[in-house]
Design a protein around this ligand. Structure first.
Ligand SMILES: C[S@@+](CC[C@H](N)C(=O)[O-])C[C@H]1O[C@@H](n2cnc3c(N)ncnc32)[C@H](O)[C@@H]1O
Length: 156
């Protein structure tokens, strides 16, 4: 089995944003473009519970469903995302990148949800349970949260 590692060649990392490092476009990216394909390292639950969740890597891990013997049932593990996948910051109000797990190939594919302008930051949604204080929290208006949760669930 092979995995095409699609990634655009117009990204740069800025080190000193208010969110730490972040990924930015160096030219326009069209809606629907696959911007990156990131392999993951799936962690054993015991490793995660005993070590990883007490470390910095907690902030670089995603929920990762693993199929059980019962058809259609999954248990949730954690996976650390390699490469650029771990550099995308979160936005509840300006997300422009959707992400989808490929459970069989153990990668996450990141796709532009709309046209992204040159100089714009590439932002994903981490969902509604954040482990840090969102620097954009003050910009969120009351009542937006429901829409955000809906957006976060959209499969691309
Ligand atoms: C997956 S990392 C993203 C890359 C990170 N900025 C870095 O320099 O390694 C997740 C971390 O980025 C920061 N971060 C991401 N989105 C943020 C936001 N909206 N507000 C504040 N910090 C954010 C938090 O420190 C979070 O734990």
């Amino acid at each position: 089995m092979t995995v095409p590692l699609q990634r655009v060649d117009c990204l740069k990392l800025i080190l000193d944003t208010p969110k730490g490092r972040g990924v930015f476009a160096t030219r326009k990216i069209e809606a629907g473009t696959v911007v990156d394909t990131a392999p993951v390292i799936i962690l054993h639950k015991e490793q995660f519970d005993n070590y990883i969740q007490h470390s910095l890597l907690l902030h670089y891990s995603y929920n990762w469903p693993i199929a059980c013997e019962t058809p259609g049932k999954y248990t949730i593990h954690q996976a650390v995302v390699l490469g650029l996948g771990s550099m995308f910051n979160h936005s509840s109000i300006r997300q422009n990148i959707g992400w989808k797990r490929n459970l069989e190939k153990e990668v996450i594919v990141y796709t532009a949800l709309r046209d992204i302008a040159e100089g714009e930051e590439l932002l994903i949604s981490y969902g509604s349970h954040l482990t840090f204080e969102d620097v954009e929290a003050a910009q969120m208006k009351e009542g937006e949260e429901d829409v955000i949760d809906i957006l976060a669930r959209i499969d691309i």
